[in-house]
Every structure is written in structure tokens, then in C-alpha cells.
Write a protein that binds this ligand. Structure first.
Ligand code: SAH
Length: 445
């Protein structure tokens, strides 16, 4: 039996893309393996959002040189944002041992390569959007409980620091019926929770409505996905503050399967920096959004992203970010140190003038602040009972998340994978909680 090995870093979109490649490979007769030495085909799904991710991807590709030398029949395929929608010819020069380069979300170059080299054929009836969860099952010891479904490909926003629009192309929403079929197919494989993905997920359908004004928006789509039987939970990310409207929040507040969890990056708490980033909103706009989420969905976890050390960011401008976070007390902060990305406006026009150690200092200050806020928030759950959807066993303990995305662990001999557990919280820390299971909760109809 021919085998494939899959390696994925970066965003959730990459995992969904990898599962799409996996489905195509399995249709060609390949099975997953967790050892690259056993593989006939190796697929590396890459990320370049920051230099560190790009270095990791490049290192991993280079590390396969010797394997390819030992086994010239080995097929090596590289996918994702390192390749981009218009692969540069330089990639081939840089990595001559790679057989196939695939743009994000598009397994066809590999399928065509295998078909022509080995005279293999993908049988009729395999949909191009199909995901196979088999390689993830191998890693997780069972079918993943939670899966990702891209609903908007690409991005047309062009924040000055961001390379994603250059690598993933302009914003394209997928037809709603295709998304619903993909979710049904994932549920049939055992999935209970889906996260709908887009770089700016709350712009879902904007492009479709240029052709057909009656095409659904995100609120409509959430209602359609909500009707999928056997699905228990729905999340969506990433929202942009300028597009997160009342219609979406009403659906989060009203539909029982849609979880109280909003990821809405602010990036900076200073108006001048936000302008230099071309984010399209002010700090006050962001405050109003947070206020509105809390009014309409009081239980909601609010997650944000922040870049520290953006070109020209002064100590005072950083202070504004710190003070905003102190004031808003959000649930999670994803922190990044600014990394100039080739081709972006910021990299071309704005000198990367905040020293590395200063970026680290700002990063750590925010990290400490968030640890304090999250610890205080989680401490409020001590002694309370929370319902979690159990995802997998991790280091001997079951792990799952609440509807509002809090991470909870518990120990028990039973098999809790894919079940809803009621857990009484006995310990809380900033990043997770521990509890004792007190019972199983019946799933939504
Ligand atoms: N589309 C989403 C996020 C995509 S990238 C949005 O609009 O927010 C995920 C995160 O990586 C971003 O939110 C940002 O905080 C960070 N990021 C993107 N480009 C970066 C860069 N050049 N340097 C550092 N962090 C960056």
C-alpha cells in the first residue's frame, strides 16, 4: 500500500487544506503514515505570515534533501503560503528536490503529477472540497471532534504589514450549498464542531452579492449550517471590527449551536498606528464593538490579536495598546512581534525601527498583563460546573473546551472523546482549568 506523510504549520486554513490533499491522495489509493521514512509522498503545508514561520518551513523542506537522495522515487510536494497563488520560479531553484509546488487550498498540481507519473486516477464522484480526517485521526488517536471549514478564500483588505493577500489572492466566498455539504460530510465522519474560516470571515458573501444580491451573508450561512443534523457546535473566525454587525451578533445570541466566542483582532490600541496599518477603524470604534458584543452576548469570550513593534511604534503608542487591554479585559490575546514581509507596503516604505529586544519587552509586558487578566477571569469559575466538548486525551488527561472556548482538563478512565461532559472546576490557572467530571450532558437535537 502506498503511503503519504502530512506536515502542517500555520493557520487553521492550512489544516483544512491539508485534509483536502489527504482526501485526494486517499482517493488515489494512498494511506496516511506518521513516519516520513515510510512515505511514498510527503506533503508540507507551509506558512509565511512571519519570518519565523517561513524559516521553519524552509528548514523542513531542506531537511528532506537526504531522504530524497536515498529514495529518488519519493514524491515531495510543498503547499501553502510559501508557494502562493503565483509560484515564483525561484522556488524551484531554491528547492530542486521538491517535485510539486501547490498554491494554498489547491491539491490539483499534486494529483496531476501523480496521475501522469504513475498512471493513477482519482475515481469519479470525489468532490474537490472533500476533507479526509484520517491523518489527523492517526495523530489524535481517533476522529477529530472539531474541524475547520474555509468559507472565504483569500483577502482583499491589504493591511500594510500582511503578506496573506499576496499569497492567497483576492477574497472569494464559497457557495453556501457547497459549504453545507462539506459540513454534512464532516459530521458523517464523526465531527461535532465546525469552525468556519475566513481572513475576514464577517465579509462572507460580499463578493457573491455583487453578482446576486440575494446571496447569503454570514448570518444567513450560520443559520444554514445550524440546520445540519448531528452537528453540535459552530464557531467562526476571524472577524474584522468593521464588519461585525448586529445581524451576526443576533445569530450568536439566538442560535443554540453557535458558540459565544468572537475573534476580533484590534492589532494596536493607538489610532496613528492603526492608520499606518490601514486597518480601517479607530480605537473608539473597537471599544464600541466590544461593548456591543458584551451587551448582545454577555457570555462571549472575546479574542484579539496584537502586533507589537510595528514600524514607528513609540513607547507612548505601545502604552495606549497596553492601557486599552487593561481597560477591555479581553479573554485571549494572540501576540506577535512585527516581522517585515517582502512585498508588503510596510516592508517597502516603513523602516523596521523597533529593536528586537524592545519588541520582546513589549510582548512580555502584554503577555504578563493577559496572564493576570485570564487568571482572574478563570478564578471566577472555581467550584462551578462547566460543560465541555471533549476533544482528545492529552498527556493522560481528557481535554475539551467550553462553548466560550475555555480550556478544561479532567482525569477519568472512561472514553470521553466526542462527548459533552459536565465538569466541576477544582483548579484554575491563566491558560486552563482542571476539574472533576460529574456527568454526561445530552447533545442538542
Ligand atoms: N486576517 C486576520 C488575521 C490573519 S494573520 C485579521 O485580519 O486579523 C494572523 C495574525 O498574524 C494577525 O492578526 C496579525 O496579528 C499577525 N500578523 C500578520 N502579519 C504579521 C506581520 N507581518 N508581523 C507580525 N505579525 C503579523
Amino acid at each position: 500500500m502506498k503511503k503519504y506523510y502530512m506536515w502542517v504549520i500555520g493557520c487553521q486554513m492550512n489544516l483544512a487544506d491539508a485534509n483536502k490533499v489527504a482526501a485526494r491522495l486517499e482517493a488515489l489509493g494512498y494511506v496516511p503514515t506518521d513516519s516520513e521514512r515510510d512515505a511514498d509522498v510527503i506533503v508540507l503545508n507551509t506558512c509565511v505570515v512571519r519570518q519565523s514561520a517561513e524559516d521553519k518551513a524552509a528548514g523542513r523542506i531542506s531537511s528532506l534533501k537526504s531522504l530524497k537522495k536515498q529514495n529518488p522515487d519519493l514524491v515531495i510536494a510543498v503547499m501553502g503560503c510559501l508557494v502562493g497563488n503565483k509560484p515564483s520560479p525561484k522556488l524551484r531553484e531554491r528547492f530542486p528536490h521538491v517535485d510539486v509546488f501547490m498554491p494554498p487550498a489547491n491539491p490539483e498540481p499534486l494529483v496531476e503529477f501523480l496521475e501522469s507519473r504513475f498512471h493513477e486516477r482519482v475515481p469519479e464522484g470525489v468532490s474537490p472540497w472533500e476533507q479526509s480526517l484520517k491523518f489527523q485521526s492517526l495523530e489524535e488517536g481517533g476522529v477529530p471532534v472539531s474541524a475547520y471549514v474555509p468559507i472565504v478564500y483569500g483577502c482583499s483588505h491589504a493591511c500594510t504589514y500582511c503578506i496573506i493577500p499576496y499569497r492567497r489572492g483576492p477574497e472569494r466566498s464559497r457557495p453556501a450549498d457547497e459549504i453545507v455539504r462539506e459540513v454534512e460530510d464532516l459530521v458523517a465522519q464523526g465531527v461535532r464542531e465546525v469552525t468556519l474560516l475566513g481572513q475576514i470571515v464577517d465579509r462572507y458573501g460580499v463578493d457573491l452579492r455583487r453578482e446576486d444580491p440575494s446571496a447569503p451573508d454570514l448570518a444567513d450561512l450560520l443559520r444554514m449550517v445550524h440546520d445540519v443534523k448531528g452537528l453540535w457546535r459552530i464557531r467562526f473566525l476571524t472577524s474584522h471590527p468593521s464588519y461585525l454587525d448586529d445581524r451576526i451578533l443576533e445569530v450568536v445570541a439566538g442560535l443554540p449551536k453557535v458558540c459565544e466566542h468572537i475573534e476580533v483582532p484590534v492589532q494596536s490600541g493607538d489610532d496613528v498606528v492603526l492608520q499606518n496599518m490601514k486597518r480601517g477603524y479607530t480605537v473608539d470604534d473597537y471599544r464600541r464593538i466590544v461593548e456591543k458584543i458584551r451587551m448582545m452576548v454577555p457570555e462571549a469570550s472575546i479574542v484579539t490579536d496584537i502586533i507589537v513593534g510595528f514600524p514607528g511604534e513609540t513607547e507612548e503608542q505601545f502604552r495606549h495598546t497596553y492601557e486599552l487591554m487593561e481597560e477591555l479585559r479581553l479573554d485571549v490575546m494572540h501576540l506577535a512581534r512585527y516581522s517585515p514581509r517582502p512585498g508588503t507596503v510596510a516592508a517597502r516604505r516603513m523602516p523596521d525601527d523597533v529593536p528586537e529586544e524592545e519588541k520582546w519587552r513589549r510582548f512580555r509586558l502584554l503577555e504578563d498583563l493577559q496572564a493576570r487578566i485570564s487568571a482572574e477571569k478563570n478564578a471566577g469559575y472555581l467550584g462551578k460546573e462547566l460543560v465541555i466538548l471533549v476533544e482528545r486525551k492529552q498527556k493522560g488527561r481528557w481535554m475539551g473546551r467550553t462553548r466560550n472556548y475555555k480550556l478544561v482538563f479532567f482525569s477519568d478512565d472512561g472514553n470521553w472523546r466526542g462527548k459533552l461532559a459536565r465538569v466541576k472546576i477544582t483548579w484554575t490557572g491563566p491558560w486552563s482549568m482542571i476539574g472533576k467530571v460529574v456527568g454526561e450532558v445530552s447533545p442538542p437535537a
